[in-house]
Write a protein that binds this ligand. Sequence first.
Ligand code: SF4
Length: 335
Amino acid sequence: MVTILDATKPGASASDAPKAEAKRVRHPEKQKRPDTEVKRKPEWIRVRAPTSKGYHETREIVKTNNLVTVCEEAGCPNIGECWDKKHATFMIMGEICTRACAFCNVITGMPNPLDPQEPENVARAVREMGLNHVVITSVDRDDLPDGGAEHFEQVIWAVREASPQTTIEILTPDFLRKPDALERVVAARPDVFNHNLETVPGNYLTVRPGARYFHSLRLLQRVKELDPTMFTKSGIMMGLGEERNEVLQLMDDLRTADVDFITIGQYLQPTRKHHEVIRFVPPEEFKSFEKIAYTKGFLMVSSSPLTRSSHHAGDDFARLKVNREAKQANSASQS
Ligand code: SF4
């Protein structure tokens, strides 16, 4: 389990440090959950510890611009590979989330006020890293009247101004009970709108208790209604106890909402207090989901144990555009 040290406590001395560290846990809201053993990862999941020069350069840019990344907060296994190529996914609006999803390693609690410098800082980092494509996500901000929609909008504008050639992908919360928030973010015209369903509807109460499956689905559908040219994307994790036919139904639901791109990856358990990995899905099964998803009409499918929403997002965006053009040319030739 990851712990953080409460060094600000009045009267604390150096000798208190180990005790304080033992007491202060990253996920206090999950302490009543039963411990479940973190299963040993199979061969096909293991990755090397990050050490490259590119990794350290990315780390420096993230630190000096005072930014938070989901790569670090979620303990993403791809961080060595992505950061070496200077691909990082920025997590805006702080590092404290108002939801407490059972799979997520981000801290739950009352978030800090928004940082007005953040749009500029993200934009500067995008320029310094020379990104062709950037992925920007956020914590859930149920505490804000607009769920953080205005802040998303400001970050998109700042990036576009600082680096006009960079394409922008956003991975948003569900803006549940925040009227007009979605409309505002879509109006800022990101190139890709991603919102993850995360898991099949039958798992929502245990895995994503603060969210509603049909609200998330409707949000994706609404993005397409508001701007039919905007690419939409959604992802799920395998290994949370879902049945195969539930995954196939979820794919149909996403296609009904006209979603272009589905990502399917293996869930990894951050600590003993998080949802357990029910099983590690073998690579062949991911391949079979990929084939089925293409037959259901997705323009792009990324399905593998290490697939994450933002993994290879730039290359995938380029393929997404090519695939749409090919599909449009094909329909035109048949009409
Ligand atoms: S896959 Fe996404 S979250 Fe993971 S390291 Fe790469 S950019 Fe970061």
